[in-house]
Write a protein that binds this ligand. Sequence first.
Ligand code: PLP
Length: 383
Amino acid sequence: MDFIPYGRQWLDADDEQAVLSTLRSNYLTQGPQIAEFEQALCQYTGARYCVAVASGTAALHLAVAALELPEGSEGITSPNTFTASANSMVYCGIKPVFADIDEDSYNISPSEIEKKISDKTRLVTAVHFAGQPAEMAAIAAIAQRHKLKVIEDAAHAIGSNYPDGSKVGNCRYSDLTIFSFHPVKTLTTGEGGAVMTNDPVLYQKMVLLRSHGITKDPDAMSQTSGPWYYEMQALGWHYRLTDMQAALGISQLRKIEAFKTRRRELVATYNAAFSHSDLICPPREAAGTQSCFHLYVVRIAFAKLGKTRAQFMQQLAECGIGSQVHYIPVHTQPWYQKNYGCKQGDCPKAEHYYESCLSLPLYPAMTDADQTRVIAAVKKALA
Ligand SMILES: Cc1ncc(COP(=O)(O)O)c(C=O)c1O
């Protein structure tokens, strides 16, 4: 019996050929595929600029760093996310402050953001949890009123549309938007990420910071002593993507609409199958949005069922089915408790949500037969 994980990549012969062609070319890293991938992402999302990087975490770090906010500033983010959304602020000397989620959408709540704004707040990082866009129009309005910068953590949401129909990543509501291309995400480059922006100044800064803060562009240098010469103008990092990864990304991006269609089909089948079960299906999409669902998160009253979540997951695992928990609220992590005095009770809605959430398998390569197996196993475990 094949194991069905909670998420996995889709790779086909086109992807293999794209990587092989690059392997056989003159460039393994920093060749023509990088710029082509960046252009393809701009064309797809509608943003003007893109900086491809080594991971979603690197993308978040570059995005926060490029904003050059004063040390000691505060940044507001969701507790219902992977730690990187908050860690990227810490890397830049910014204190993360967690604003509770909306209990219907599981995304950061605009009214909770307003409650957490202080005279030190300079940034909001909104996360499009599971692929469903956060309320960006409301968040952008708050940011404008309080002169805050906005980053969208769209690690889960490439391919999703806002309520106005436009694509996540176009930065209509934010200064910067990041994607992750980890294998469980909608499209993959192995490891990888990208930052989108419409701001040419932020773009130039991120290009510099991606590669040690070093430029080789004669027009940008204070002097040119010879063809070997380069200048370090900022303290950057080595966050470059390779040409092989970019080639894979280009090939994957060509398939994104098919990935999205299949993800949405699987979600619709799950929703229909579980409509009369003792579990809560994922939030309905806000009017006009079209989510490229990254996760299928259900809510289960484990205590009422007489078993723990660990036992429920074990029962699924015995049927060859993987499941996962997204997310342990970041403010309850020991490091955040120790370093920022965060504590249980700070974000009660995210904590309450965490008690009952479970992510079931969702990925385009899942067959109808796979999904039938998952549905049967979940119903059995619920019985
Ligand atoms: C919401 C969110 N942000 C950021 C990241 C970081 O992405 P990466 O793993 O590519 O560094 C992840 C990865 O899981 C994520 O889920």
